[in-house]
Write a protein that binds this ligand. Sequence first.
Ligand code: GDP
Length: 176
Amino acid sequence: MGRSNSGKSSAINAIAQRQGLARTSKTPGRTRLLNFFELGANRRIVDLPGYGYASAPEAERRTWTPLAEALGHRRSLRGLFVIVDARRGVTAADEGLLDWSSPDHRIHVLLSKADKLNRSESLEVLRAATQALAGRGASVQLFSAHSKVGIADAQSVLTAWLEDKPTAQDSVALRK
Ligand code: GDP
């Protein structure tokens, strides 16, 4: 999940290590459906439509909310990757998503396009995001699909979630 143009498709391709797996686009708001990517038996990544793109907020909400709610109620949902453009940091739209998700959903935030920032800027963004996410139980890391920063860390989180056995908590519905 993430804002339109935050780098979701690029992150999926980098993490799943399959070029062209998720179509990347320079046009914000291209992904309007749920796209399922099979990693193996019963292991899938789901790419959600982007949110928070200023030109179509109402249309976007109408599309996004029912899709995400349908997904959020699935017992098979292991966790949420939230993609946040490191240059923007955690926005109100991201906070809205986090408010809406269940406290029982595991959340891992990728601060994407970290290659656009120098080292001190990256560390500052990481610090600010960690502070913004404090109390939500979310983990956060720097990530760049282009310069291959943080891919192994993101893969470790994904693998741990996918290999985890289902728990009772996983069936808890999303908070409205
Ligand atoms: P989505 O709309 O969230 O799926 O985002 P995309 O993956 O399609 O990427 C949106 C734009 O950001 C494209 O122009 C990508 O080339 C660019 N982008 C994605 N990941 C990175 C990255 O790691 N570094 C940089 N510099 N640009 C990126």
